[in-house]
Write a protein that binds this ligand. Structure first.
Ligand code: TXA
Ligand code: MG
Length: 353
């Protein structure tokens, strides 16, 4: 039996890379789709971040996803589809509010948690009675799912705990040698993950802010409850929320205050010999002196910041930065997702002037 088949030794796999563009045709994806049908795992681009896909109907495939990422088994996966008709076999019912959200936001960066049906592999839902489903609009993701003929379970294609990948190079950094292949469709657009919304019970609730904003959702279904605070209850509804996440190797600290205050924190650590980075925006790029000062976008358009956020965190690692001080952003619109990710990445550390 080959290393690939044995599954245990996940580090000796020869990872294939397929380069495709957005007018991808199905023949370009045939090989990747074949690997998926053989219950192997393949990374692919979506409009949010790269996903690590596997057959959502197969525990064998899903086990390989968990093994490649080093993901805790109690953190369930999102099932990706390329046609709403695929929902029928995956879920028991689609409540009215979910139906409205589907009509407006699919395909797109909205994941909907619904009562789980029979077909989904047990390991996908980590034993929950619900399943999270998403219909991405990225042309490569859609074409690959269609071509595989399967619902595809896919978490973000990073090693567990690391910033999510927004390019094939990031996926390779984390997972090369551990997965069958990477479909390289260039950089992803939005840059932060989908919004996860629970429509399985009476109260519609946002479990993770993301690519579709709260205001956009509320314009369709009225007011919705927010994310639960990390660790607030023993069994969080979205199990992934209890883990430290999206973290670079460097220690990240968020700073609420003036540029001068942030600079004083930098100076203090540098005087102790630490390599210090600053995560800022175009507007403040000239305000700082540190070992690395990186702008991740413009405050005038928070989508530019979302787009570059994970890439910027990885850039600090490439420069061997030990401590990153980051500016904070307004929590409105996509800013809610940006601050949620920065907050988790910093383990909740916020320094106030
Ligand atoms: O944009 C995205 O959503 C990306 C791309 C690849 O589609 N995927 C992604 O997957 O971010 P992942 O596994 O990194 O995050 C999925 C989140 C986790 O917080 C998980 O706990 C939650 O969704 N989740 C999955 N199934 C759930 C369920 N049945 N109930 C509640 N939360 C669930
Ligand atoms: Mg993830």
């Amino acid at each position: 039996m080959s290393e690939r088949k044995r599954g245990k030794n996940v580090e000796n796999i020869n990872t294939i890379r397929w380069i495709v563009d957005n007018d991808v045709n199905k023949s370009q994806l045939e090989e990747a789709a074949q690997w998926l049908r053989r219950n192997e795992v393949v990374a692919f681009p979506t409009e949010t971040v790269y996903g690590l896909g596997g057959n959502a109907l197969s525990d064998e495939a899903v086990e390989k996803i968990f093994a490649a990422k080093g993901r805790p088994a109690d953190n369930p996966l999102i099932v990706h589809i390329a046609d709403t008709s695929q929902l029928d076999s995956l879920v028991r019912s689609v409540p009215e509010k979910a139906r409205k959200l589907i009509d407006v936001f699919w395909p797109g960066p909205l994941t909907i948690v619904l009562p789980s049906g029979q077909a989904v592999a047990n390991k996908v839902t980590a034993g929950l009675s619900t399943v999270a489903v998403r219909f991405p609009h990225h042309p490569v993701a859609k074409a690959l799912i269609e071509q595989s003929g399967l619902p595809i379970a896919a978490p973000s294609a990073n090693r567990s705990g690391r910033p999510s990948p927004t390019s094939a190079a990031h996926v390779a950094q984390d997972l090369s040698g551990r997965i069958a292949g990477i479909v390289d469709g260039g950089e992803t657009g939005i840059g932060v993950e989908s919004t996860v919304i629970d429509c399985s019970g009476d109260n519609v609730m946002i479990l993770r802010p993301g690519g579709v904003t709260r205001a956009e959702i509320e314009s369709v279904v009225g007011p919705v409850a927010g994310e639960q605070a990390i660790g607030s209850i023993d069994a969080p509804k979205s199990p992934g929320m209890k883990y430290r996440h999206y973290s670079p190797n460097a220690e990240l600290k968020l700073v609420k205050g003036s540029s001068a205050f942030l600079q004083s924190l930098v100076d203090n650590e540098r005087s102790k010999g630490k390599k210090v980075g600053v995560l800022t925006t175009e507007e403040h790029l000239m305000d700082y002196q540190a070992d690395a000062v990186i702008s991740c976008g413009s405050r005038s358009d928070l989508y530019t910041i979302a787009h570059r956020l994970y890439r910027t965190l990885r850039e600090f690692d490439e420069l061997n930065i030990q401590i990153i001080y980051s500016e904070v952003f307004p929590e409105a619109g996509v800013g809610e997702a940006i601050m949620n990710r920065l907050g988790k990445s910093a383990g909740g550390c916020v320094l106030q002037e």
